[in-house]
Design a protein around this ligand. Structure first.
Ligand SMILES: Cc1cc2nc3c(=O)[nH]c(=O)nc-3n(C[C@H](O)[C@H](O)[C@H](O)COP(=O)(O)OP(=O)(O)OC[C@H]3O[C@@H](n4cnc5c(N)ncnc54)[C@H](O)[C@@H]3O)c2cc1C
Length: 324
């Protein structure tokens, strides 16, 4: 093998499990029943409306069908202004593989209402499906499809890996499920969870993660990053990559380990900031374990942009990306 080939070999690539996909399709959805819906921001004073929603799928083809990290589909009722049925929207599953109760009957997600002013005329803009789902009450029915996704998963042998999870906003959903699976397995791995939000009041499932950090002080590390104000433990505005930079003394060593896998989930564009920071803090050989970089884009990460993904900046098998 040539030296160039050797240095680009990815060590420690995970073996992902086989999963079921598209058991339930949009032309024949199943009916779930809302069993719980509550805000999951750390504070009710948060200006963002994010709900943890649990849906009973017992007796349907979705029961027991998913693995943590996959998504399910929601079909909002009604039609678009042009008279077509609304399209399906995907939501990440936020519970472990056996669901909220362990028996495969209760699926959940972390749902953010899309509420904004219209870009064109500043009238109120309400996302169709997110507001439909967030309005549903306990006992209401909802049309579902899925499961979907085959790559954003824990590996078959999680004990062989360390996990670095980067979440922005509702991107936390799949990680809550995966962490649940790791807890059920006795937390066999080191997990560093980066959680990025605008304001401290927007942190999601904050108490759950703080409890886990207490329960597993040498395995589970919770690293919030607040981007729009300072906090008692944050002296600058931070996106998740700035938290990585701040904690780099420990994390550079973790990233260099062949055991480590990176997962990124949340708002599209977040990945670029993380990629740039990885370039800054890692030596070329370690960086190549996560990203295959085309030399033509140069050495200055400030010159990189999102259009280079995936042709010129290609995640390896040790970096899983799900942004939307
Ligand atoms: C794999 C995957 C997993 C996902 N997981 C989650 C999850 O766990 N939680 C979650 O909350 N969401 C998740 N989403 C996003 C979700 O699927 C929906 O896209 C989201 O809920 C918005 O849908 P909506 O029907 O409410 O908005 P829509 O009615 O579809 O409106 C959104 C569209 O309107 C446009 N738009 C947005 N803002 C404005 C504005 N101000 N003015 C004019 N136009 C605008 C945009 O072009 C956008 O395409 C996920 C998406 C994917 C692909």
């Amino acid at each position: 093998m040539s030296d160039a080939k050797k240095s680009s070999t990815v060590k420690g690539a995970p073996k992902l499990p086989e999963v079921q996909q598209h058991l339930v399709r949009p032309n024949d959805p199943v009916i779930g029943t809302i069993v719980s819906t509550k805000r999951c921001t750390v504070s009710d004073r948060s200006a963002s409306y994010v709900r943890h929603i649990e849906i009973d799928v017992a007796g349907t083809a979705l029961e027991g069908s998913w693995r943590a990290g996959q998504s399910f589909g929601v079909l909002p009722p009604g039609t678009t202004p042009s008279g077509k049925p609304h399209k399906l929207r995907l939501y990440s599953i936020s519970c472990p593989t056996g669901g909220e109760t362990g028996d495969g009957t209760i699926i959940s997600t972390t749902l953010k209402r899309l509420i904004d002013e219209h870009w064109d005329d500043h009238t109120l803009y309400l996302g169709e499906c997110s507001n439909y789902l967030a309005d549903l009450q306990v006992g209401d029915k909802v049309e579902l499809t899925g499961p979907a996704g085959k790559r954003f998963l824990l590996p078959e042998n999680p004990e062989d890996h360390n996990f670095i999870f980067f979440a922005a906003g509702t991107g936390i959903a799949p990680f809550r499920g995966m962490i649940g699976d790791l807890v059920k397995a006795g937390m066999p791995s080191r997990v560093d969870l980066f959680m990025g939000v605008s304001y401290e009041t927007d942190l999601l499932y904050d108490n759950e993660f703080k409890e886990l950090a207490k329960d597993y002080p040498d395995r589970f590390f919770y690293r919030p990053a607040i981007s729009r104000h300072l906090t008692h433990n944050q002296s600058r505005y931070m996106y998740v990559q700035h938290r990585l930079e701040e904690d780099r003394a420990v994390l550079t060593e973790i990233l260099k380990s062949e055991r480590t896998l990176i997962y990124i989930c949340g708002i599209a564009k977040m990945e670029m900031g993380i990629f740039r920071m990885l370039k800054r803090i890692l030596d070329p050989e370690s960086l190549a374990q996560y990203l295959k970089i085309d030399p033509s884009i140069g050495d200055d990460p400030d010159q990189w942009d999102r259009s280079m993904i995936p042709r010129k900046i290609k995640p390896t098998k040790r970096l899983m990306l799900e942004v939307y």
